[in-house]
Design a protein. Structure first.
Length: 244
């Protein structure tokens, strides 16, 4: 192999490694069942004012000793576990936070509460945010409709936080029954009108204090009485910068 080819291969290898190393992603959480089963003990030991429905999480594929507790109030506790001993690192309480989505999108949908989505969203190399999701919904015979709006909050020490982005469409779904007779159900490949939207986020370091976020939305519509291959998919994106 000549020197040119060797240099080229080495350059490609280094470039590929660099791309992989610099890829910026959401860090999802995974539920820790063993800890969740003992959550009352954890809350009692650390004198935490936990809610009635508490889950324990850790970062996916992480070897850290950190755990995260969330409940319905909602609030977030960051803990460490060393030699089976728990220690409180930080806590954030959002029960008095005024979410950007204060009013129902229409007269039909009711307030289904606010929750912390189990993931960390990177803002830069040092800071990350969580998604505080407001849920709205309604149900009816054979269907229902829901919408979720997210405020992204940068977590700071000592229980403090700042709003990085607000009023971000997070998820929506609607299903309306279209079959009403026995014959409809027998002959139809699909007995509902369905539509929805999901969000995924890409992050890019553009040399500014915070990463640039690209909000990628995948919208679908699936009409009743049509096979799944007739489902229509549309994609759109919005580029935003936190704290702007």
């Amino acid at each position: 192999m000549n020197v040119y080819k060797l240099t080229l291969l080495f350059g490609i290898s280094c470039f590929s490694t660099l791309v992989v190393a610099e890829e910026i992603k959401v860090t999802p959480w995974v539920k820790v069942k063993a800890e969740t089963d003992h959550v009352k003990y954890i809350c009692s030991t650390l004198s935490l004012k936990c809610g009635n429905h508490v889950d324990v999480w850790k970062k996916k594929a992480s070897t850290e000793d950190k755990l995260y507790l969330t409940d319905e109030t909602p609030q977030l506790f960051e803990l460490s576990k060393v030699n089976n001993q728990y220690k409180l690192i930080n806590s954030w309480r959002f029960e008095h936070y005024r979410h950007s989505s204060q009013h129902s999108p229409d007269d039909e949908m009711a307030d289904y509460g606010t929750e912390i989505f189990p993931a960390f969203y990177p803002l830069n190399r040092k800071n990350f945010s969580i998604a505080l999701v407001k849920k709205w919904g309604t149900s009816y015979a054979g269907g229902g409709r829901g919408e979720q709006i997210a405020d992204f909050l940068m977590l700071e020490p000592n229980g403090k936080y700042k709003v990085a982005l607000n009023d971000v469409g997070f998820y929506s779904y609607e299903m309306i029954r279209a079959c009403f007779s026995e014959r409809d159900y027998k002959i139809s490949p699909h007995c509902h009108d369905e539509s929805g939207s999901t969000l995924s986020i890409q992050f890019k370091d553009v040399g500014k204090p915070y990463y640039q976020w690209t909000l990628n939305y995948t919208d679908f519509t699936w009409e009743s009485f049509k096979p799944e291959k007739a489902k229509k998919i549309e994609k759109n994106k919005v580029v935003v910068m936190p704290f702007k």
